[in-house]
Design a binder for this molecule. Structure first.
Ligand SMILES: [Zn+2]
Length: 412
């Protein structure tokens, strides 16, 4: 008999109907309100108008994809689950590595726990980089639209995805990569009716197009149509985001970049300090690996540390410089996986390493990106009413499963 499930210190009620948690990558709240105002998103409009619940929540810092997706599916911040970037400096190995391998994960997921207790669980992600982390120790269906043509029953718990969805494999840089996630989610809800489904898109459109633009509104119209279908199929739906998105360029359209490795090389000597950009992932064409968050590993000499921090903080466009201990406490980060200094830039500014390490040739529109505190506000929407909560509650995107399973009002 299904029972309550406790994961990472939180207890979740067994679902009485399917729950779909959607992480819309890079969903600044304004995308939703602008699409609703333009008449492009009637379903989301009804949620905002009171037919459901709409909350503005905080994502985890850094406001990047992997840390937030993992927070949503574990219900805890990176200090517990360990995934604090897409990319990090592994001190044990002495090398910079992608943080997309489950060996980096320090906590179990809600998805895995429910699947082990007998729930039918499905995960669909746009980019394959997230699939192994999200599907860690989970039984059920787990695949990416990026590699939808390579699914096998043994590896992904499903086969013939292209035939079932009726769409070709999308380009990794496209709106269709995310649309495939939604259409596949609707098809699965019609055919398999999973008890728990997690859908995670990609922020290609948000990197390219500001809220309210025709391209953005078309994208949210697509999301809206598919959410309405899931709603009509009787699912409880929670929509949230991994991070927001802001313009990071000047009036001339050129990105505002602080090339921090070049700056530190000039101050301390070449390669004395090491700048790590946790936004780095294999898909950098649309943001050139530029975001508003960086880690700095300083040389051994303690004397270098305080002046470096103070000088970085004085650079134009810097929002905040924190020591390792300060950042671990303030942003709930694993202290062994961040630098001696944690740097956050302002809303319109990004941080790079060395100028010659960033290929900006793929930026065919002025840079929009994320990573800072300026992208921390994200939507948290439910297609149900929610029991009264303390007005002082700080909502997080990783409250999504708590909302969907524990707080959403259940009806017969
Ligand atoms: Zn993202």
């Amino acid at each position: 008999m299904p029972t309550d499930i406790t994961v990472n210190g939180r207890t979740y009620r067994w679902m009485d109907r399917p729950l779909v948690v959607v992480c819309v990558d890079g969903c600044e709240y304004d995308y939703i309100t602008a699409a609703v105002a333009a008449g492009a998103a009637p379903f989301l409009g009804r949620l905002l108008a009171g037919a459901g619940t709409s909350i503005i929540a905080d994502c985890v810092m850094p406001s990047f994809t992997n840390p937030n997706n993992l927070s949503i599916v574990t219900g805890v911040p990176p200090s517990v689950h360990g995934i604090c970037g897409n990319y990090f400096f592994d001190p044990e190995r002495g090398e910079e590595v992608m943080m997309n391998d489950p060996r980096h994960l320090r906590a179990g997921t809600i998805l895995a726990a429910f699947s082990q207790a007998g729930a039918k669980v499905a995960v669909i992600t746009a980019k394959d980089k997230l699939r192994k982390l999200l599907g860690h120790q989970m039984t059920g269906i787990c695949f990416s639209s990026e590699k939808a043509d390579q699914v096998t029953l043994a590896e992904n718990g499903i086969e013939n995805v292209l035939d079932r969805v009726g769409l070709p494999v999308p380009s990794v840089y496209s709106a269709e990569l995310s649309e495939f996630v939604f259409v596949a989610g609707v098809k699965l809800m019609e055919s398999e009716r999973p008890d728990l489904m997690y859908l995670s898109t990609t922020d290609y459109i948000q990197h390219k197009a500001a809220p309210g633009t025709p391209v953005a509104n078309d994208f949210y119209a697509m999301i809206d149509r598919n959410l309405a279908r899931l709603d009509a199929l009787g699912a409880v739906i929670v929509v949230t985001a991994d991070h927001g998105m802001n313009a990071k360029h000047g009036e001339d359209g050129q990105p505002n970049v602080i090339y921090l490795q070049d700056t530190l090389d000039a101050w301390l000597g070449a390669s004395k300090a090491r700048v790590i950009l946790p936004i780095t992932d294999p898909y950098v064409v649309h943001h050139g690996a530029l975001g508003s968050f960086a880690l700095v590993y300083l040389p051994e000499e303690a004397a270098a540390q305080y002046p470096a921090a103070e000088r970085i903080a004085a650079l134009p466009g810097i929002d905040m410089v924190l020591t390792r201990a300060e950042a671990a406490a303030k942003f709930e980060l694993p202290s062994d996986r961040i630098g001696d200094l944690v740097i956050v830039s302002r809303r319109d500014t990004v941080i790079g390493t060395s100028r010659d390490r960033h290929d900006l040739s793929g930026l065919d529109v002025p840079l929009r990106s994320h990573g800072g505190l300026s992208e921390q506000k994200v939507p948290l929407l439910v297609n149900r009413g929610v029991g009264k909560q303390p007005g002082t509650r700080r909502w997080r995107n990783f409250d999504a499963f708590d909302l969907g399973l524990n707080l959403a009002v259940r009806t017969a």
